[in-house]
Design a protein around this ligand. Structure first.
Ligand code: NAP
Length: 454
């Protein structure tokens, strides 16, 4: 994919970029390696100050940064502003807590003194997606840099200006040269970067195929990876749930980021007693969604990020219909310029059809009916993914069953799945491995060194 900013609301190319060549990549790796020697020796107090500076810059420049995101990938401006604010929150969270998370842990043994010491690894490569162009990067960078590592960002090819803006913020915040660098490279150049001895580990957020490619390249070099991949998250509503709240949340959870979120609710699994009512209420709300220019503050649904995503989604909807699903609203791209897709509901796709298990990355809700909690759990787990799950019930036993039996990295009861710096985030099954955020996130890219002294 060419490295270019193309406005998804108009299809107009704003700017194109030439990928770095091998020599330019080598220069950046040399700089990163040199930067690590000094930066890894800095105190937590110093690193905290740099992250605090970063948080302040994000807050001061949030409107311009949010507009840049909206221009490159079509996110409604209101959500873009909220995303920048959340990046400031994650910077402060790690600025305030990392010294504690990485303090030596003393463990009594037969030694005079034995303890765990956390040490940085070196250059960490982050391959990131376009859907949360700032949040995905900051949730990696804040803990990685606090731990004393240095970061190299290969961002998605459709958000190069966001990638450069993030590098610029880090420089303005005072991080020494080379501590955080953006590499404008294509996906095909990633394996060479991970093969380089100076790169010690990598994290990737994106599709399964991208994750597999990175993990293969990394494993050939015995380098650790964290993978945050796709999801087809279930949103289970059982008969005792607060229906109004569940439906309102269902709309937000599906439409978040124009439907392009890994943890968006994608499969709505509804107990049959309330299924007609849920469907009626959801349909009314989908038909009222305000679609339009994502730069307008009251727009609820903007365009999909690229033409390819639009075409892929449209193809999935056609496959769902051909596999027995019934489209009850939407089902087509909007006939206006840009990558707009109608809010769409498809019900009753036979659950043995492969399309029922796929991830729909856009404003398309799949509705399924079940008789009871047993069937709900079985269907929720009938997917290769295991990222998040949202369960709605006021029955205590059902709550426990959902918590214990759903195969996912996170289960939210009577709420929508969301990320929070204080809680670990990540998936199981084909949604990936490893965790971001919280104490677990900062422990992914450190040497957990055992020290034993007589
Ligand atoms: P994508 O095509 O996999 O791209 C993600 C990143 O990987 C981009 O930087 C991309 O670069 C790079 N990439 C693609 N193929 C690669 C390869 N073979 N080797 C190395 N790097 C490669 O994914 P996307 O379409 O942008 O993102 C959507 C997917 O991400 C969805 O499945 C979504 O659920 C998932 N996601 C997961 C999380 C999570 O936390 N679990 C969060 C957000 C999104 P180019 O742009 O240059 O191709």
């Amino acid at each position: 994919m060419a490295i270019a900013s193309i406005n998804p609301s108009t299809g107009i190319t704003i700017k194109t970029f030439t990928p770095l060549n091998d020599t330019e990549i080598k220069d950046k790796l040399n700089l990163g390696e040199r930067a690590f020697l000094d930066y890894s020796q800095t105190s937590f107090v110093k690193r905290s100050q740099l992250l605090e500076n970063t948080a302040k810059i994000l807050e001061t420049e949030k409107i311009e940064l949010a507009k840049l995101m909206t221009l490159e990938m079509g996110k409604p401006l209101k959500s873009a502003i909220a995303e920048i604010e959340k990046c400031a929150v994650v910077c402060r969270y790690y600025s305030e807590n990392s010294a504690n998370f990485l303090a030596d842990v003393h463990i009594p043994t037969d030694a005079n003194s034995s303890f765990i010491k956390y040490q940085p690894l070196g250059i960490i490569l982050a391959v990131m997606p376009w859907n949360f162009p700032f949040w995905q990067v900051f949730r990696f960078a804040a803990p990685a840099l606090m731990a004393g590592n240095v970061g190299l960002l290969k961002h998605a090819s459709n958000v190069p200006q966001c990638a450069l803006a993030i590098e610029n913020i880090m420089q303005k915040a005072g991080f020494p040269d080379g501590v955080f660098q953006t590499l404008l490279i294509s996906a095909s150049q990633v394996a060479n970067v991970i093969n380089d001895d100076r790169v010690k580990a990598a994290t990737l957020t994106g599709s399964e195929n991208a994750g597999i490619s990175l993990a293969i390249a990394a494993s050939k070099n015995i380098k650790k990876t964290v993978l945050e991949l796709g999801g087809s998250d279930p949103f289970i509503v059982l008969a005792s749930a607060d229906l109004e709240l569940a439906v309102n949340t269902a709309v937000t959870a599906r439409m978040l980021n124009n439907g392009q979120s890994c943890i968006a609710a994608k499969r709505f699994i509804i107990q049959e007693q309330i299924a007609d009512e849920f469907e009626k209420m959801l349909l009314e709300k989908f038909q009222k969604i305000k679609i339009g220019d994502p730069l307008e503050l009251d727009t609820e649904l903007g365009p999909l990020a690229t033409v390819d995503i639009l075409q892929e989604l449209d193809q999935q909807v056609k496959t769902a219909a051909n596999s027995g699903g019934k489209i009850i609203t939407g089902g087509k791209p909007l006939e206006i310029p840009g990558n707009f897709y109608q809010p769409t509901i498809i019900k009753d796709i036979p659950t043995d059809q492969p399309i029922a298990k796929e991830e729909f990355f856009g404003p398309v809700a799949l509705l399924f009916r079940v008789k009871n909690v047993d069937q709900a759990i079985k269907l929720a787990n009938d997917t290769p993914f295991g990222l998040g799950a949202s369960g709605w019930t006021n029955n205590e036993q059902e709550k426990q069953r959902l918590i214990n039996e759903i195969e996912a990295g996170a289960v939210f009861i009577n709420g929508m799945v969301k990320s929070d710096p204080r809680l670990p985030f990540g998936g199981i099954k084909r949604s990936g491995y490893g965790r971001e955020l919280s104490i677990q996130g900062i422990h992914e890219f450190v040497n957990i060194k055992t020290v034993w002294m007589r």
